[in-house]
Design a protein around this ligand. Sequence first.
Ligand code: AMP
Length: 215
Amino acid sequence: MNIILIGPPGTGKGTMAKMIEEEFGYKHISAGDLLRDEVKKKSSLGKQAGPIMKAGKLVDDRLVAQIISSNVPKYAKTGFVLDGFPRNMKQARILEGIFKKTKTGIDAVLLIETNDRKIVERLSSRRQCPKCHTIYGLNIPPKNDGKCDNDNAALVLRDDDKAEVITKRLELYRQSAGELVEFYSKKMLVKKIDGNMGPEKVFLQIKKAILGGGN
Ligand code: AMP
């Protein structure tokens, strides 16, 4: 099954995608993680994307399309959860083009909704492992303070999770989310997930939606 997760930053898309991957075996493809890997590798793409990401702005569609087109086709037949892509209509069309080539498509679109106050609280307190990208936060703290459970790497606060950048990211999301949801609603039922609860409760709704019992 190929799933797209739409939702504001801090709504738990990454955490949910990981849980879906564990439960159903669909590959988690995170546009943000792939971009952060490029920044870490100091590739030419990473050098262009780094400063934009730090400022909480959106990376050029052309650059994101490059990493998405080299990842989505690998998993299009066995199933994936796409997290952070598409973020606007241009990207949605790029994805359609990829599907044409792979002769596959999207099976489910899940819209995770969370209120802004909760998002700011979550993002400013979350920490990420720079190695395996696992995210920790108020609801999911690491076993040892400041260290990743998987590889013991020191957890970091992402530059774009700093309070002053969060509002900008939320604004950008609101600007393009509406038309994306409208676009996918014409193709299928976009299933709404209440993201204001703890991860286990949000995942229960997601499981229902994937297994066909959603709203
Ligand atoms: P995320 O991990 O999804 O919150 O993404 C972190 C940052 O990566 C975003 O604030 C953007 O700068 C960049 N990014 C991730 N996905 C995209 C995308 N689909 N289009 C443009 N920029 C993106």
